[in-house]
Write a protein that binds this ligand. Sequence first.
Ligand code: HEM
Length: 173
Amino acid sequence: MRKMLPTFLKPEALQGYIGMMDVIAQRHFEDSWQGKEEITVFPLAKGYTFWVACKVFLSMEDPAQISKFSQTFNDLASGIFSIPINLPGTPFRRGIKASEMVRKELMAIIKQRKIDLAQGNVAPNQDILSHMLLATNENGQFLNELNIADKVLGLLIGGYDTATASITFIVRY
Ligand code: HEM
């Protein structure tokens, strides 16, 4: 991961995301901010951050699919910051269930992407997922699918509340 991350997070790579982030920001403002008397920034910033992450990491485009994915992901994120008691009805149990669903969704995306890459339907450097699928370790081995799903999950978690909180503070101050 440490070797791979700079490839898509170095300044030159980030420059390439600006246009897309701007388009998503404009659509987000039109859909969720425009014409409102009052807004609560944190949940809206979450939606925006997740949308950008889904696009940069996975090239997900469909707002309906992203919205559904984000609901499951929210349960997962709440489970991380919860008391670790695995009983029915607890946020921890909901988080575990949500993580299974998120992994399942990611595995489906990975399988489809492998087909698309093999058929040349997508560019090898299209997003972080393609980078991960084509990256090899010191022994020339590819990462397995579950490992990739876990790494994407880790990046989604790492970039979610952090970036959302930063955006919210920027608006606040
Ligand atoms: C304003 C937003 C962010 C803040 C405040 C933030 C904060 C941090 C901090 C404090 C660490 C170090 C944790 C430790 O080792 O103790 C860290 C590590 C990390 N962050 Fe972020 N982060 C942000 C955004 C992101 C984003 C957008 C991503 C993914 C695209 C990301 C991925 C990672 C990864 C992979 C690590 C582990 C790096 C390593 O150990 O080599 N972060 N982050």
